[in-house]
Design a protein around this ligand. Sequence first.
Ligand SMILES: C[S@@+](CC[C@H](N)C(=O)[O-])C[C@H]1O[C@@H](n2cnc3c(N)ncnc32)[C@H](O)[C@@H]1O
Length: 331
Amino acid sequence: MIARLGDFQFPDSVARLYPDTPDRPWVLEVGFGDGRFWPHFAATFPEAPNYLGVELSGVSLLKAHRRLRDAGLDNAILTKMPADVLVRSVIPHAGLDLIVVNFPDPWPKAGHTDHRLLRVPFFQLAASRLKPGGMILLTTDHDEYFEFACEQARASGVMRVERTDPPAAALETKYALKWRDLGLGVNHARFIPTAHQPVPHGPTTPYPEDPTTVPHAVLTLPDTFSPQTFEKVTERNPGSRGAEEGGAWTVILLDLYAGLRRDGWVVLAHVVEGELTQEVLIGITAREDGTHLVRLAKFGGPIITTGVKAAVGVVTRWLEAQGAVVKHHGY
Ligand SMILES: C[S@@+](CC[C@H](N)C(=O)[O-])C[C@H]1O[C@@H](n2cnc3c(N)ncnc32)[C@H](O)[C@@H]1O
């Protein structure tokens, strides 16, 4: 099944998420891609462990969902969000038996290592979410990232590193097959917690969302409206409850494009809320009565958060500054 952020509790529990199999081990896979690892790995257990997969790509989410459903893996939950948000806010302390990371994005360019997942903060967070005896399994073709991850694990002060052979299932993923076809080898390590320092959970409602209403506004554009006047717009809201409470957002309107099929435009917006960053599209579409509809596009499956709603407001306010008159809005 696919779970959206709003389907989780913060933190959640294995008993609530897997009511039919609460006593089985719990495995988290980060960046599952098209989902090939889990059917192979699950088959190595007498009963498939409870599985939680987290991905950033909506296309991968749908491919993996089809694959796991066809494999009859009923106690598998897939979700689309950044892994660190899920681990911090949703996973309870000492909840997981295993965290699997196969072929993580290596961010090879100089100055980009901050984007890597396997750094000290993630190891400390993961150590507090693993059960005693639990571990992280990393398989990667990327030698430099592998060494980097091993160093970061040691530097975290809470992980021991064991270099071993990868599980056979990790050699069946899309990226594993790609590297194998090129004749390249892989590295594998287990990161085993040596200390349990509880890392606090995130806010109890990290990104409140209301899936029932798509944020929108209806307005009348002036005859003089010209999309050429568009310039990058940045709005920030520090949040009445402070960034730690999840109320803060930054919205940057990056660009405005003419619509190809419909009369209107599309605005590309970058929305940052704590650790969650989303790129969303906001349409400005002509309606039959001469007004325009400003509405979040569902393309890419955005998580409808406070910040994403605010982005529709930022576009609307920019249009007001160009002379538009707002008839009503819901954001
Ligand atoms: C190189 S691919 C590997 C996919 C798959 N594990 C495989 O071996 O074929 C890395 C995947 O990690 C996902 N990813 C990157 N950063 C992520 C994050 N912070 N949280 C969740 N998924 C992430 C990407 O969307 C991408 O699908």
